[in-house]
Design a protein around this ligand. Structure first.
Ligand code: SF4
Length: 342
């Protein structure tokens, strides 16, 4: 359990520490589309400046290193590549496809489902995924970190039915260990909270984030820890540093799950899904959900209709044992649980 003294020590350590490796890597991530194209030897097509203005490009070098040079169809590149398609206005695609706004109960706190609250901890990410359902979320207006989490902690404290706290964002692992320790230390004192869940892409896109300091932080958490890593393609896992990060998390006792999004041009084939499930389990991560796309404005070109998703998943079912077949779901605004696609 994290004590007050440990928190104070962590704060002092952070104040005196140099910038960490992962923070330096994040600061040096690619933000300029021209640099991305040059680094990957991409010629022949342009990247939309207007689209980047609306939702900027962000790609860590370690993630870019797993892309195939010269290939516009690389499945990792497709996830981060700003295209003019994003400017199309498509009926049924809006700014809040999963009903976040009506579920806000305190600064950055979403209470949609029984027994769980979700904290939108930050608007920062280590990568900008073009299909992101929170790409229009008003982070600056709703941030639980302001006031050192007071509003969020007060809400959780006052609701003994809440058993699980989900740290989401943005990406919660872009917060420093110091900030996370402040929050987790307060949570440790709430006996009704039995699980802490992180939703993060950092073990995949910026694996240096899983460093000794973070592992020490995890070791001090009283509750069970679950981490959902949001990998969409086996190629994302094909790097030594990613595999080392996942092994370290597993050794630290973290339950590792994956939640993917079914994306046109990225993972919309039986083979891609089989490879993803096999690749995840090889790293001790269980495939958990496969989401059909949340219909966020700007992402319509990624959509795979349910009429295609269902036979695709049936194909996966015929190739893999049941525990490697993710549940195909959709998030429907206002529903009390994820909706199975059947
Ligand atoms: S890491 Fe998650 S929150 Fe951040 S842009 Fe990607 S999908 Fe959205």
């Amino acid at each position: 359990m994290i004590t007050g003294i440990q928190i104070k020590n962590q704060v002092e350590n952070v104040v005196s520490a140099k910038v960490t490796v992962w923070q330096r890597e994040l600061a040096g991530a690619v933000r300029d589309p021209l640099l991305l194209m040059q680094a990957l030897n991409l010629v022949g097509e342009g990247v939309s400046v207007e689209v980047v203005r609306q939702f900027r490009l962000l790609v860590p070098h370690s993630y870019m290193a797993r892309m195939k040079p010269g290939d516009w169809n690389d499945p990792l590149l497709r996830q981060v590549l700003p295209l003019d398609d994003e400017l199309q206005v498509v009926e049924g695609f809006n700014h809040d496809p999963v009903g976040d706004q009506p579920s806000l109960v305190a600064d950055g706190v979403l209470h949609k489902y029984h027994g769980r609250v979700l904290l939108v901890t930050t608007g920062a990410c280590a990568v900008h995924c073009r299909y992101c359902f929170r790409r229009h979320f008003p982070y600056s207006e709703s941030n639980p970190v302001k006031g050192e989490w007071e509003g969020a902690l007060a809400y959780i404290r006052a609701n003994p039915d809440v058993r699980e706290v989900i740290l989401s964002g943005g990406d919660p692992l872009t917060l420093s260990d110091e900030r996370l320790a402040l929050f987790l230390g307060q949570l440790a004192a709430m006996p009704h909270i039995t699980r802490v869940r992180f939703h993060t892409r950092l073990p995949v896109v910026l694996p240096s984030r899983i460093d000794a300091g973070f592992l020490q932080l995890l070791a001090g958490i009283r509750q069970q820890v679950v981490m959902v890593i949001h990998a969409n393609h086996a190629q994302e896992l094909a790097a030594d540093d990613v595999q080392q990060a996942l092994a370290a998390l597993h050794s630290a006792g973290v339950t590792l799950l994956n939640q993917a999004v079914l994306l046109r041009g990225v993972n919309d084939s039986v083979q891609a899904q089989v490879d993803l499930s096999e690749g995840l389990f090889a790293q001790r991560v269980l495939p958990y959900y496969l989401h059909v796309l949340d219909r966020v404005a700007g992402a319509a070109h990624f959509e795979v209709p349910e009429s295609e998703a269902l036979p695709l998943l049936e194909g996966v079912r015929q190739r893999l044992p049941g525990f490697l077949v993710p549940k195909l779901v959709r998030e429907v605004a206002g529903e009390k649980a994820k909706t199975p696609v059947v």
